[in-house]
Write a protein that binds this ligand. Structure first.
Ligand SMILES: *[C@@H]1O[C@H](CO)[C@@H](O)[C@H](O)[C@H]1NC(C)=O
Length: 171
């Protein structure tokens, strides 16, 4: 019984990862691209894995951050932001799985590449490399059901291994 309890605890603690704060653009921060960059903001995003409750820290000067729809992201349309921040230091919490779209609110900056798509993992989704961003629409999860089935299987495999190890250690 104690072993069962312990392995349940082990599993639970593995599932609760702590939130992480990402520095958008690393040392460069959130700036208008000069055209000489070797990496775009989306290259930066592709190197990271984002989970619910992680935060994005945008650091900028004489600029702004807008969260926008996918359509407004694609056209760099700054006229209907979902949210707008312009205080130079913005911490944005990724509160749900799926896609988040950010652009600069300064005229011309988005078209030069100051824009970012972040895909937040579904809690049941294994940390696979992010799929390429959608070209339109807002449907984040057409592939969800098969991914979910896979991760449920791997969850049970992990649970079985944890149980087996616990029994081996304690009995
Ligand atoms: C931006 O979006 C608004 C509202 O959807 C629209 O009226 C406007 O024409 C768009 N601007 C551009 C430049 O596409």
């Amino acid at each position: 019984m104690a072993a069962l309890l312990l392995s349940a605890l082990l599993l639970a603690s593995a599932a609760v990862a702590s939130a992480y704060q990402f520095e958008v653009g690393d040392e460069t921060g959130w700036i208008k691209p000069t055209g000489k960059e070797r990496h775009s903001y989306n290259d930066w995003a592709a190197q990271n894995r984002f989970h619910i409750h992680d935060t994005l820290h945008f650091k900028y000067a004489k600029d702004s951050v807008m969260e926008v729809s996918s359509a407004d992201y694609l056209t760099c349309n700054t006229s209907n932001p979902i949210a707008k921040f312009e205080h130079g230091s913005t911490v944005y919490e990724l509160s749900r799985p799926g896609f988040f779209y950010f652009i600069s609110g300064q005229p011309g900056h988005c078209k030069l590449g100051q824009r970012l798509i972040v895909r937040v993992m579904h809690p049941l989704q294994p940390d696979l490399p992010p799929a390429s961003a959608p070209t339109g629409g807002d449907s984040g999860w057409p592939e969800f059901s098969s991914t979910a089935k896979l991760s449920v299987v791997s969850y049970f495999v992990a649970a079985f291994v944890a149980l087996a190890v616990t029994f081996w250690l304690f009995l």
